[in-house]
Design a protein around this ligand. Structure first.
Ligand code: ADE
Ligand code: ZN
Length: 326
């Protein structure tokens, strides 16, 4: 086969990707200039040097601060286009994309501006990049349950553009059960549900995401391995776990990629996928994560193909579209 065929990235679905986490320094400075926003960093290099994190919160502080440059519908559309162009190069054929409306409405950006900008880019994604897409609206778990409810009501006129709700931001101290009411409303409205759980938080939070929120997938979930009964439940129900290896290392959830539990998770029979989380901050997009785990964990080609197949199995594509990839 030709060299290019030998190195072509595996076709895959990206299921754990925060669009705000794809804001590269170059675009951040361009949008800052366009919107007259002053960043607390003089150069792109100086900003990049701030990408040294000790835990989830240390990352979130910078992640929320840089969002100051996102103000207009065009900004959100440009952000999504920049991601989609990179995703295409990484073999991504389908992307289910998180966004954090409260991080924008708190700064005075209307939720319709955020959703319309993102949806405009995603509407042309199949044609321009060959990527099908879904939008997942996340609630910030370190904000109140009332704020999540108000956000859901503000999003109601836009629910035709949204496939699922999610739960993200600082995990410890903010258990899934805090958001039982808004997730019930989302389900009633016909939306799918996902939640970050078991990243920094305990297995008990994964149980709550399953049994109180009724989620269809768990985002991260790496700490599930600490609870044998939980693993048995996740395996029995084939609940997908959207694991993010480079993120886990950068946020010190895992000390070293060579010690990542991904192989143990696969051996246990869990439906695991590999994703990029916040690729502008964590050193790699979707295929970069595949390559990193291949090299650090010695995964063979068959295992990599299983991970790619799992990404479509775990997606919210309808049966016919999913079948085309399996
Ligand atoms: N928001 C963006 N990335 C996140 C992560 N890895 N965990 C929780 N919230 C997030
Ligand atoms: Zn995440």
């Amino acid at each position: 086969s030709s060299p290019s065929a030998a190195t072509a990235p595996l076709p895959k679905a990206e299921l754990h990707l925060h669009i705000e986490g794809t804001l590269e320094p170059e675009l951040a400075f361009a949008l800052a200039a366009r919107n007259g926003v002053t960043l607390p960093y003089a150069t792109e290099d100086e900003l990049r040097r701030a990408y040294s994190f000790t835990d989830l919160q240390s990352f979130l502080n910078l992640y929320y601060a840089l969002m100051a440059v996102l103000r207009t519908e065009d900004d959100f559309a440009d952000l999504a286009h920049a991601y989609l162009a990179r995703a295409k190069e990484q073999g991504v054929r389908h992307a289910e994309i998180f966004f954090d409306p409260q991080a924008h409405t708190a700064r005075g950006v209307p939720i319709g501006t955020v959703i319309d900008g993102l949806a405009r880019a995603l509407d042309s994604a199949r044609e321009i990049y060959g990527i099908s897409t879904r939008l997942i609206m996340c609630f910030l778990r370190d904000e109140s349950a009332e704020s999540a409810l108000a956000t859901f009501e503000a999003a109601r006129p836009h629910l035709d553009k949204i496939t699922a709700v999610g739960l993200d931001s600082a995990e410890v101290g903010h258990p899934p059960s805090k958001f039982a009411e808004v997730f019930a409303l989302a389900r009633e409205a016909g939306l799918k549900c996902v939640a970050h759980a078991g990243e920094e938080g305990p297995p008990a939070y994964v149980w709550e995401a399953l049994d109180v929120l009724g989620v269809d997938r768990i985002d991260h979930g790496v700490r599930s391995l600490e609870d044998e009964r939980l693993v048995a439940r996740l395996v029995a129900d084939q609940v997908p776990l959207t694991v993010c290896p480079l993120s886990n290392v950068r946020l010190r959830v895992i000390d070293d990629l060579a010690d990542h539990p991904l192989p143990a998770m696969l051996d246990a029979g869990l439906l695991v996928t590999v994703n990029s989380d916040d690729p502008a901050y964590f050193g790699g997009y979707a295929d970069d994560n595949f390559t990193a785990v291949r090299d650090a964990l010695g995964l063979d080609p068959e295992t990599l193909r299983t991970l790619a197949r799992n990404s479509f199995r775990a997606s919210f594509l309808d049966e016919a579209d999913r079948a085309a990839y399996l």
